[in-house]
Design a protein around this ligand. Structure first.
Ligand code: CTP
Length: 440
């Protein structure tokens, strides 16, 4: 079992909630009663909360209750004040929208642009960040239609929080439980991120259309997990989704760099303007990266590479054989991709790694930075619910070989990618590039 250090990672900055106008959509599931607590939590953090209930939600929690908690009337009906075009106003007056709980029905409507009630109509007018906290029975959450809708919404930029794994209504147990109030508050604060000081720094250096400061730069990025095959039907892998590496590849390409993404298997859509090469095993990834490393100006290793592979991959499905209760597997070391790139690093090249840790993250990260000859390393805890694998947000520390150390507060992975690219740019041999403030 993982041993946790005495101090937990710092709570993300919720200052962004102060004064923020939050459109809180509540849809109809048993967890709707928790929306009242969330509304109170948002108000406690200084947010101005406008709650909107679907008809089904109003069967679980009353508009009067939410109105009392938020200090604002709670509309439920698209046609109640039809002359005021309420759904458009609701959307325009929001700095962020959060739907908690978000039922399978609401996710489906949002994904497909349906607007048959006040909440779905308002969300279709929304031009602000959107946080979705799904809650439903496991069977619904795992249905391919819901999976596809969630992927579509993520791709469009919605920030998903949860669902958690735990007890569900009716005595069931599994994934589908509404995320904890704290996690939703953090997600809403993270979605508002650009209004916080560190994110503003990022926003101010965002390239505008036509602004290509990295034109002519060649970057190689690794992403995702590798698969190490035991036999034709089984493999060893890990939980990495590839989102962080895809975000970095996209951020480099948006600034005009020529980007080659070497990605493990996964369902992330190819980022715009990036050449994607799919690989499966660590050795395939190693060969693909090493073939390009000499000509690359920047190499970013965001992949979660398997350290070991089975000593042998059976040509046919392995059989249980004798009735033993145990089975021995012999594993052999995989090559260290970034380590090998670091060993032949040429002057001016910028190498970046990630260290996903569950304890002593700063010391572990500093060690990997030195050991692999990197210029920068992003260190994060993968046992936090809002950072690491398969979530849209991340937070951690950015350590530089030059001794710099910058906190990366909770933010979306694409914002973190922008921040990282600024730090990379600052380390490139002088080009005609804008000043960076990434390491302040
Ligand atoms: N990495 C790599 N090749 C490997 C292992 C890791 O290129 N075989 C890269 C990762 O992409 C990441 C960095 O090295 O950028 C750190 O990876 P991590 O798995 O955290 O570290 P390891 O070197 O595997 O060390 P340990 O298993 O001891 O934590």
């Amino acid at each position: 079992m993982t041993e946790h250090p005495a101090t937990e990672p710092a709570a993300p900055d919720r200052a962004a909630l102060q004064g923020a106008r939050v459109l809180l959509g509540v849809s109809g599931g048993v967890a709707a009663y928790k929306a009242a607590l969330l509304a109170r939590g948002l108000v406690t953090h200084g947010a101005q909360v406008q709650a909107v209930l679907t008809d089904a939600a109003a069967r679980f929690v009353t508009p009067a209750q939410l109105a009392a908690l938020t200090g604002r009337p709670v509309p439920t009906d698209l046609f109640e004040d039809a002359h005021r075009i309420v759904h458009v106003d609701l959307a325009r007056q929001a700095d962020v929208a959060a739907v908690a709980p978000a039922t399978a029905n609401v996710l489906g409507k949002l994904a497909h642009g349906l607007a048959d009630d006040l909440l779905s109509s308002a969300l279709l007018c929304l031009d602000a960040p959107l946080v979705l906290a799904p809650a439903m029975h496991t069977e619904m959450w795992e249905h391919p239609a819901v999976t596809a809708n969630v992927a579509m919404l993520r791709e469009r930029g919605a920030l998903m929080v949860g669902p958690d794994h735990g007890p569900l209504a009716g005595g069931d147990h599994g994934p589908g439980r509404l995320a904890e109030e704290d996690a939703i508050l953090d997600a809403v604060a993270a979605a508002l991120g650009p209004s916080t000081a560190p994110a503003q720094a990022t926003a101010s250096t965002q390239p505008t259309a036509g602004d290509e400061p990295l034109a002519g730069l060649h970057a190689v990025v690794t992403a995702g997990a590798t698969r190490e095959h035991l036999d034709p039907v089984r493999y060893l892998t890990n939980r990495a989704s590839g989102r962080m590496g895809y975000a970095v590849a996209g951020a480099l390409a948006r600034r005009g760099a020529t980007v080659e993404l070497i990605a493990g298997p996964g369902e992330q859509p190819d980022p715009a303007g990036v050449t994607v090469q799919r690989v499966e095993t660590a050795r395939e990834m190693h060969a693909a990266v090493l073939a390009r490393a000499d000509v690359a100006d920047v190499v970013v290793g965001a992949a979660a590479v398997a350290d070991f592979r089975p000593a042998e991959t059976a040509a046919h499905k392995r059989k249980k054989g004798a009735p033993d209760e145990t089975e021995q597997l012999t594993l052999v070391r995989n090559p260290d991709i970034l380590g090998d790139v670091g060993a032949r690093k040429r002057p001016g090249q910028v190498l970046v790694g990630f260290a996903a840790e569950t304890q002593d993250e700063e010391a572990q990260g500093a060690d990997k930075l030195a050991r692999k000859g990197l210029d920068l390393i992003v260190v994060n805890r993968v046992d936090a619910p809002d950072a690491g694998f398969a979530v849209d947000t991340n937070r951690g520390l950015l350590l530089g070989a030059d001794g710099t150390r910058a906190e990366l507060p909770l933010m979306r992975k694409d914002a973190l990618a922008d921040r990282l690219v600024e730090a990379i740019v600052a380390r490139l041999p002088s080009r005609d590039l804008p000043q960076t403030n990434a390491d302040r």
